[in-house]
Design a protein around this ligand. Structure first.
Ligand code: FES
Length: 177
């Protein structure tokens, strides 16, 4: 884990410790506690399991088992450009799983993971309500319909170019100040 990620995770854990005081020390509070962590930090860091387990007096294994049973929880920080690939019925029938595979191959991560530079994460989602333009992928807030494997590369490149453009203009602004 790099230093930045480690510092972020330590800040998250210290926040989790302080917010646990709001909950009763009762096993029935496990899911609300996990939901609170995810709502606040967008994912459940593995190191939080031990803290929650100690607080509730249960095993870390129990916490992990519950967290992985529900697919509402994610275990990696989301990327700056989260990619959601729809695998609802209409998208699935029109090859949504092939689109997912192409994003995974291109970014060298699996669904549920985040790239090392934290730029991209991939997750599969249920119907996003645009079945007429299936298969659909959502990058950030933008919906991309009629997805095809050949579009995957250009969408990733577009995001990367946009980032480079922003960095250049930021550097230019800083140099003129
Ligand atoms: S199934 Fe994908 S948008 Fe509805």
């Amino acid at each position: 884990m790099d230093d930045v990620l480690q510092a972020e995770e330590e800040a998250i854990l210290s926040n989790v410790r302080s917010r646990l005081a709001l909950f009763e020390k009762d096993r029935s509070r496990l899911i609300p506690i996990l939901q609170m962590i995810q709502e606040t930090h967008a994912y459940l860091p593995a190191a939080a399991f031990g803290i929650v387990a100690d607080f509730l007096g249960i095993s870390e294994c129990d916490v992990y088992g519950v967290a992985t049973f529900y697919n509402q929880f994610r275990f990696n920080p989301p990327g700056r450009n989260p990619i959601k690939v729809c695998l609802g019925t209409a998208c699935h029938v029109r090859g949504g799983d092939i689109i997912l595979e192409n994003f995974e191959r291109r970014l060298e991560i699996s669904e549920g993971e985040t790239t090392r530079d934290r730029e991209f994460s991939i997750e599969r989602v249920a119907c996003v309500g645009c079945c007429a333009i299936a298969p659909v992928a959502v990058i950030g807030e933008t919906v991309h319909g009629s997805m095809a494997p050949s579009k995957v590369e250009s969408l990733i490149l577009r995001v990367q170019l946009e980032k480079e453009r922003e960095e250049r203009s930021q550097a230019k602004n800083e140099s003129t100040q």
